[in-house]
Design a protein around this ligand. Structure first.
Ligand code: ADP
Ligand code: MG
Length: 277
């Protein structure tokens, strides 16, 4: 192909033509007769943060868990169906627990809602973070650094000072912000291209939340795709590139963060904004 002047057209393809790290089309999730997600479409590219916001009960946590094969954990069994469910190029429709175990950690890192409160008080930070390497099936792949080194590196990347000291500590010795960083270290230790974060700042006070968001922003800028599920619009304003508003299991609005937060089109979005302090 050539341009009008006869020179070859060297315009690079827009980045958005690249395969998204997360691609979801017509995702439906139900528990017995309760249909929680009713046909959701999402795409998140490398180096991009997509926020999914919505009122309590909208299905945000169910979405986060469905992307990890955990929708039915600790409750009624989930029925998950999708036209597309792809993470890092892998088709995960109909994936079994064995497949999901390989995907979790390696292809998608997760920080689940309430994980802070459910950290094992007897387990050291090292054990907590190393578990992701073990469950992702490649504790020490040939050519990669030993487990201890990878854990320390993840703790450092998660912004924990003195990673060697922190690695030996148990959750009780850490502040809430440090525990959340330890959970993020656990999510990034196997260097997944996608992070799914469910309310990662909700349990933190404002300054600590701001630090955690800055850390997530750095991971995003280094190329990680982030799916941030939250009702915290302050967090969304700080780090999200795009926003999807979820209500009753459907996306009722989607757009660039600045537009959605300043010129909301949907009543649900206006309601979320009106509830801001
Ligand atoms: P939120 O947007 O506040 O995170 P959730 O995704 O947690 O909302 O919940 C959405 C709906 O799905 C709620 O009605 C909740 O009770 C229901 N739900 C979530 N998990 C299960 C489960 N395992 N079994 C039955 N119902 C569930
Ligand atoms: Mg939730």
């Amino acid at each position: 192909m050539s341009g009008r002047t006869g020179e070859p057209m060297l315009t690079p393809a827009p980045v958005r033509d690249a395969e998204p790290v997360l691609a979801v089309a017509d995702l439906r999730v139900s528990f017995r007769s309760l249909e929680v997600l009713r046909g959701l479409d999402l795409r998140v590219h490398a180096g991009e943060c997509l926020a999914v916001v919505g009122p309590s009960g909208a299905g945000k946590s169910v979405l986060a868990r469905s992307l990890l094969g955990l929708a039915g954990e600790g409750g009624a069994p989930a029925r998950v169906a999708a036209a597309t469910l792809r993470i890092a190029g892998r088709d995960l429709r109909g994936a079994r627990e064995r497949d999901w175990r390989r995907v979790r950690g390696r292809h998608v890192g997760l920080v689940l809602q309430d994980a802070l409160g459910s950290l094992d008080p007897l387990r050291t930070v090292h054990a907590e973070v190393a578990e992701t390497l073990h469950t992702s099936g490649r504790p020490a792949a040939r050519g990669s650094a030993p487990v201890g080194e990878r854990v320390r590196d993840a703790l450092a990347r998660a912004g924990l000072p003195e990673p060697d000291v922190v690695a030996r500590q148990r959750p009780g010795a850490l502040s809430g912000g440090m525990r959340q960083r330890a959970l993020i270290a656990s999510a990034i230790v196997a260097e997944p291209p996608l992070l799914v974060l469910d309310e990662p700042t909700t349990a933190l006070d404002a300054t600590v939340a701001a630090d955690v968001l800055a850390l997530l922003g750095r991971l995003r800028d280094a190329g990680t795709a982030l799916l941030l599920v939250t009702h915290d619009l302050g967090a969304v304003a700080r780090i999200a590139d795009r926003v999807v508003v979820l209500a009753d299991g459907r996306a009722v609005e989607e757009g660039p963060t600045a537009r959605v937060l300043t010129e909301p089109h949907h009543a649900v979005t206006r309601g979320l904004l009106a509830a801001l302090p």
